[in-house]
Design a protein around this ligand. Sequence first.
Ligand code: 0X9
Ligand code: ZN
Length: 297
Amino acid sequence: YSDFYWFWSFSEINRYMTHMTVQHGDICHTETLGFSGEGRAIRAMKIGSFDGTKPMVFLEAGIHAREWIAPMTAVYVMQQLIENSNSHDLLNELDFIIIPVTNPDGYEYSHASQRLWRKTRSPIANSTCIGVDGNRNFAYQWRYSANACSDTYAGLEPFSERETAIVRDVIAQYGDQIKLYGAIHSYGQYFLYPWGYAPLLIENWEDHDVAGRRFADAIFSVNGTRYTVGNGAIELYPAFGASDDYAAEQGVDISTTIELPGGGSYGFDLPAERIYPVVKETWEGMKELFAFIAENY
Ligand code: 0X9
Ligand code: ZN
């Protein structure tokens, strides 16, 4: 599919979202949720009826700038939900909020200047270093970190970053309606669930595990890609102040971090010809995940 032969720029993603709402205004609309540290609009695609009666799915991608396959996956999920009439049955059962590029300043910087940039681009008081790791900047089990130059710098306080405050506000606005939160990252082929700050299982970990296995099995049957399903701190590493734990603590029923496949020289820079196979297989997993939510919540 020719659209998925290259990594889209931030403006290409925005143009696509606008185009979708013009073409399919009956089932989707975009909303500017707020602005990044450098003033870029952070937009969400909302797909479904939003009549307040349906379980809601909240997908967030691109909080880490260099993980370019994540926004592409979010765009592909949008496209399938909106333009593929086979998935329109899902829209009778669920509402979707998708933020494809949560950290546009970092995303642009990773395109223009430094391919492996991870953090936001906000200046840090009393430091010459720039940027906060968005996925260490959430309020649950947040920890002070001394080194502003580190790639996992947590910021001066939780939600110091406009980008993470926007994610917080979506969760607060829809509250109990959000049944699935999915943070889309790369890389490593993991479906991770809470708690991620320590090797402790969330009380409904078995539901997370069933959901994760459905996701992983569906992906495996496309091309044999294997995912590891399990607790984030055990299967990958513990991380304080991450979005998955925050969403779970706020009462979202199923909260996951999905680590997509890697490639290239550094893992984050998979070659463009891998985009389509990855987004396509991931969509098969996503459909199972959405079905799990529709069936159980
Ligand atoms: O370290 C992260 O933020 C995530 N991995 S990444 O390579 N994309 O940076 C993993 C976060 C998993 N969640 C928790 N451990 N809470
Ligand atoms: Zn990441």
